[in-house]
Write a protein that binds this ligand. Structure first.
Ligand code: WTA
Length: 655
């Protein structure tokens, strides 16, 4: 289902350009638009030559024979014949050149507490964890699930998998036992990493207990490795569970790296789609690593002495690409931030940035909206002098929040990179280059090297020229494009390559303004973006109807001041339901938390007598979307509605 035209207004009229900062540009990798345009032209006109040259930044065990084969959409492959190892690129080569340099700064949940891990230490720890995995019988191609808080062991586990060629599937530690189990089963993981407990803000999260629930009655997972984050003792199941520190202590630090083919899968990462169960997007070894490191180098203008502070979680693609793989491949110090932007107060990011000398800072519009609400004073509690580039990702940023980020946080000194991309794209596709691109608050601006965005209408006609809106597609392939959906290649093709034949369909609406700048307007499918997290309406609906009292459910987004979008659910109760009117919302919210996790909790669950449906029985979510957004006066074409009185009943109910 494609929502077009969008239910909410497009971006405001184009604002004036903010010129690049002279001091920054003078030292930048790409210093002006002429340089950007020249390199961009070369990247799209002679992609083979461009990517062949870029690929030299990686350390290969055997160089590739070819650059790319992208002739059939959805069957792309890159750098065939090449052999390499991601851990060698992200760890070993820096451990050899700069062993004492800090690879990871772990900013613990408690303010002011940090732990630095050098590249030499990282290599030893990754080697030990890799040997633990080998001792458990994990071999190339096996799947390993990682359900961990933001602690160094999470990065060790990812890189250890990469070292021996196991495919990791990191599951965000905020997901519930049920959601974790679904992901373990889909990937058929045989080993799972977790921690006894996680700490986040003022909260403790009983990760091991959740894992035990998820694995209850399951034999697929043979071994559970438990990192010790707190003093809490947790039940350990004999023959299955062991403490990670004890297992590591029994292993040598040296572990030979597997020679991986360019196209061998590096990881699976689950994300929500508009239908059915979550999709396990599969990313490749060479193309993914090359593209994430290259984008990190140019979009953050990254240098050897940078400290890259990305406040995301490794459970999301941003954490994979711009906490772990991109920065470490470039030999840049990266930060694992365990806490939250508001713990213990709204100055946390800025004090942390000062303490660790962060030079590059990357966060989400949701976090910025929450911080802006707290005023400027907490920002001023940090000096922020070390920061050179500010970035955002995950959702459209409102121009006023962008302004605040630029004027107050960056004191008009730092360029802002509003980076548009997706789990499926592996790395950033549309973004300013900080020394070259004049900025417009709210616009992700222009495509990165090698990327050809285009807009189509709902019938698939290409929309040429500027000052136009449409559905965002990408023509051709780029190295870090997802290769498939784990176990379901047909679903991969159907989801991304059939709506508009020959093109990759992003699921986003977009405007190209009179200067050719791109403005992402948000999802046009049944995916809700809550605080930058993608959640499919179908998943929430299925969680709701799995409750005995619910006969039918429909879920729609409503604009939310902080979260961007909030989740609103309508349910029709079964005749036998014994839920009292005052119990419906609380009980069913709890149901969703249980099935998916706290991030998917609806703002409200409203019991109604009937849902608006077409004559063929399809729920008209478009109508619900409008009603909940207070736009009942513009419900659009209702001629397909089976029973028009349903709308009146709904309006009456929501009065
Ligand atoms: C949205 C996150 C506007 C978009 C890296 C996309 C954005 C979805 C931006 C992917 C941005 C991401 N401006 N919208 N700068 N970045 N989005 O897979 O709707 O978690 O399709 O990847 O987030 O979310 P995902």
């Amino acid at each position: 289902m494609v929502w077009w035209p969008p239910a909410f207004p497009l971006m405001p009229e184009t604002s004036k350009m903010i010129p690049t900062k002279k001091d920054f540009s003078a030292k930048a990798r790409i210093r002006d638009m002429d340089e950007y345009k020249a390199l961009y032209q070369r990247s799209v006109e002679t992609p083979e030559a461009f990517w062949k040259e870029q690929a030299q930044s990686l350390t290969w065990m055997h160089p590739p024979d070819a650059v790319c084969d992208t002739s059939v959409p959805g069957e792309h492959n890159w750098f065939s014949g090449g052999r390499l190892n991601v851990a060698v690129n992200c760890v070993d080569r820096h451990a050899a050149a700069t062993p004492d340099k800090t690879a990871i700064i772990w900013a613990k949940n408690e303010p002011g507490e940090y732990e630095n891990i050098t590249f030499a230490e990282l290599k030893r720890n990754v080697g030990r964890v890799a040997n633990v995995l080998r001792s458990l019988g994990v071999r190339k191609g096996d799947r390993v699930c990682i359900y961990m808080p933001m602690i160094p062991e999470a990065a060790y586990a990812m890189l250890a998998c990469a070292r021996i060629g196991a495919i990791h599937s990191v599951v965000f530690a905020g997901f519930s036992a049920e959601a974790l189990r679904d992901r373990i089963v889909d990937a058929e993981a045989k080993v799972l990493f977790t921690a006894n407990e996680g700490l986040r803000g003022g909260k403790k999260i009983e990760l091991k207990r959740i894992v035990d629930d998820a694995l209850d009655g399951m034999t697929m997972v043979e071994s559970v490795l438990v990192a010790r984050r707190t003093d809490a003792d947790v039940p350990m199941k004999g023959g299955r569970d062991q403490w990670l520190d004890e297992a590591m202590a029994q292993q040598r630090a040296a572990c030979p790296a597997e020679w991986m083919a360019s196209e061998d899968p590096l990881f699976i990462l689950y994300t929500s789609g508009s239908t059915g169960k979550p999709k396990g997007l599969v990313h490749s070894t060479a193309g993914y690593l090359l593209y994430t490191s290259l984008t990190h180098r140019y979009i953050f203008d990254a240098r050897e002495d940078d400290v890259h502070f990305c406040a995301a979680d490794v459970g999301w693609i941003t954490g994979h690409s711009y906490i772990v793989y991109g920065p470490l491949c470039n030999g840049v110090t990266t930060v694992l931030f365990e806490s939250t932007p508001l713990y213990p107060d709204a100055s946390r990011y800025w004090k942390t940035a000062d303490d660790i000398g962060a030079t590059l800072f990357y966060t989400s519009p949701t976090a910025l909206r929450a911080l802006m609400r707290e005023g400027d004073e907490p920002v001023k509690q940090g000096k922020r002098e070390s920061i050179r580039v500010l970035g955002t990702v995950g959702e459209p940023i409102n121009p006023e929040v962008w302004r605040w980020y630029h004027d107050v946080v960056g004191e008009e000194r730092c360029p802002i990179v509003d980076t548009w991309w997706q789990t499926e794209t592996g790395g950033i596709l549309i973004s300013p280059l900080p020394g070259a691109t004049p900025l417009k608050p709210g616009s992700a601006t222009l495509p990165f090297f090698g990327i050809k965005p285009l807009l189509v209408d709902a019938n698939g006609n290409r929309i040429e020229g500027n000052d136009v809106s449409g559905l965002l597609c990408i023509e051709g392939s780029w190295p870090s494009q997802a290769r498939t959906i784990w176990g379901d290649h047909q679903r991969f093709l159907n989801t991304y390559f059939t709506a508009f034949p020959g093109l990759y369909f992003t699921g986003d609406g977009c405007r190209r303004d009179e200067d050719g700048y791109y403005w992402i307007t948000g999802r046009v499918d049944d995916v809700i973006n809550v605080s930058g997290h993608r959640i499919g309406t179908a998943e929430i609906e299925s969680a709701l109807v799995s409750h005995d009292a619910v006969a039918e459910a429909a879920v729609v987004p409503k604009p939310h001041d902080i979260k961007g979008q909030g989740i609103h659910a309508f349910v029709v109760l079964t005749e036998s339901s014994d839920l009292g009117a005052d119990e419906v919302s609380g009980t069913l919210k709890q149901q969703v938390r249980h099935a998916i996790g706290a991030i998917a909790t609806p703002e409200e669950v409203i019991a109604v007598d009937a849902l608006p449906k077409t004559r063929s029985g399809k729920i008209m979510r478009r109508v619900l979307r409008k009603i909940i957004a207070g736009e009942a006066h513009q419900l659009g074409d209702l001629s397909t509605l089976a029973d028009p009185t349903v709308v009146d009943q709904l309006l009456e109910k929501l009065k």
